[in-house]
Ligand binder design. Structure first.
Ligand code: SF4
Length: 294
């Protein structure tokens, strides 16, 4: 589940960069380290979709060879072993010296992200339990964040909701993708038939279960920014969330940080920083905190 700035796998053998996000280079199947400029430290990513399959197909997605579908069964023992080895190297080994510049030698979070939608794994709630056990053993509960980066499309499933409740107990938070709030916008940007109303209801259920941020990517398409009608619909959704007292943390507003690996890549462009900040001001006027990442 990628965002324009999230998580992919750099090498354990050399310095990480905030641009080199190749999920295979750590030599592990499920676990990969990322140097996060935004977080100012290391994020440990957990990829539950090693087959590059997702139920959405966002035009800005950075997953190579993205296919439609769900993940293969997760080998929980292998995932646990990889996570323990990674955390041990970061906390007790020389990972930081090898891989990060001095000013970024801190562990910021564990992120359920990866090359597809994490909650599409039937083992999702077991994975959250497993992460809880490992974080407890490393005395990290409450000291680092646990983040789920999700498109939210499966938030109505009981197993997903069990996992979200457990995440809340582990100091977790959800970044819930809500790029557009019209049917045609969701179709164009996320290549999904999702109804905006259903997606809003899913957002509501997720926010009731675990602290939640909305995450939205804005970019130029064929040289033009999103149409004002799309922006208005999205702001109306945020205003409704405020009026209905959805317990959201706020909005994470992303530009196009890294190139898309989808067929539309050549049609996408970065918006000027001022454009994103002007939109952020409109979000703040609705009463929501907003963080912009360009
Ligand atoms: S939700 Fe979108 S961005 Fe995330 S993995 Fe699926 S297709 Fe890619």
């Amino acid at each position: 589940m990628t965002t324009p700035t999230s998580t992919q796998k750099p090498a354990l053998t050399g310095a990480l960069t905030t641009l080199n996000h190749d999920r295979d280079s750590a030599g592990m199947t499920y676990v990969y380290p990322v140097l996060s400029r935004r977080a100012g430290g290391i994020s440990v990513g957990i990829n539950l979709n090693p087959n590059n399959a997702c139920n959405w197909r966002c035009v800005y997605c950075q997953v190579p060879d993205l296919t439609r579908g769900g993940p293969p069964p997760i080998d929980l023992a292998q995932l646990e072993d990889e996570l323990r080895r990674m955390l041990d190297d970061i906390l007790h080994g020389d990972f930081m010296r090898r891989s990060a510049p001095p000013e970024m030698r801190r562990l910021n979070d564990v992120a359920l992200s990866g090359n597809g939608e994490p909650t599409s794994s039937p083992e999702f709630s077991s994975v959250v339990d497993l992460i809880g056990t490992v974080l407890t053993d490393f005395d990290l509960i409450g000291k680092i964040k646990l983040v789920l980066i999700t498109n939210g499309s499966l938030a109505n499933k009981p197993q997903v909701q069990i996992g979200l409740r457990r995440m809340a107990q582990l100091n977790g938070e959800v970044w819930f993708k809500f790029d557009r709030a019209t049917r045609s916008g969701l179709q164009q940007v996320n290549d999904t038939e999702t109804e905006p109303e259903r997606h809003f209801q899913r957002l509501n259920s997720v926010a009731q279960l675990c602290p939640t941020w909305i995450q939205t990517c804005m970019f130029g398409l064929d040289g033009a920014p999103p149409a004002e009608v799309e922006i208005e619909a999205w702001l109306t959704m945020l205003a409704r969330a405020k009026a209905e007292n959805l317990p959201l943390r706020g909005v994470l507003l992303y530009g196009l940080a890294r190139p898309s690996l989808q067929a539309e890549a050549s049609r996408l462009s970065r918006l000027p920083e001022e454009w994103l900040h002007a939109l952020a001001v409109r979000v703040e006027k609705l009463g929501w905190p907003v963080q912009v990442s360009v």
